[in-house]
Ligand binder design. Sequence first.
Ligand code: SAM
Length: 235
Amino acid sequence: MDAATGTLPEPQVQAMFDRIARVYDRLNRVMTAGLDQRWRRRAADLARVSPGDPVLDVATGTGDLAVELRERVGPEARVVGLDFSEGMLELARVKAPAIEFVQGSALELPYGDGEFAAATVGFGARNFSDLSRGLAEMVRVVRPGGRVVVLEITTPQRPPLSLFFGLWFDRIVPVLGRLAGDSDAYSYLPNSVRRFPGPEPLAAELAAAGLVDVGWVLTAGGIIAMHHGTVPEQG
Ligand SMILES: C[S@@+](CC[C@H](N)C(=O)[O-])C[C@H]1O[C@@H](n2cnc3c(N)ncnc32)[C@H](O)[C@@H]1O
């Protein structure tokens, strides 16, 4: 297992994010021409939360999606961002001191059933070593009627975007990674995207995890997918 195949053991993924934490936000802005924050805003909207709702952002990294959620639920609500990389969390805590940033594993969330009104994950699900378990955990901690949202890069199926995507990910992103001093991390990125399920199979995974009303929105010419679903009411 290595960066070239887009699969790495968990401790290596964690160490990789610890290493790139300091350049992560800046590289995101450069690699997406500043659009990444707009995608997080749309993903947060899909969580359909109301003021006061408790919310969880899984694989929160430097916390940008948690910040978007907080804007929707307000300062009184419980907002938790969970990640296994302390390096990323340190930056998140500086960025948003009011949010509860917790070190932990997405595959074993340290929360009870139905504790949150919504759970989101932004650009993190493709790193899960066990995707169905990660999704099942998000579903478990959300209350009936609550929402689960997965924001992820996806591989566009049709030209011209598929051609541009290949060029961007295979040529430019690894060069940016080399310039940032971590070519391994930024060759892992395109490969982890490529092995991640496309929009339809991912929707099937969400349904298999127990969600209903599953749907997805594609944006950025089909490069970005926002999947969403609702935890069914019991009975
Ligand atoms: C590409 S970053 C995304 C960060 C952030 N959500 C964003 O929107 O920019 C992926 C994050 O997922 C975290 N991660 C990956 N697998 C994880 C797991 N199993 N448990 C907890 N965090 C995980 C990494 O540490 C990293 O911070």
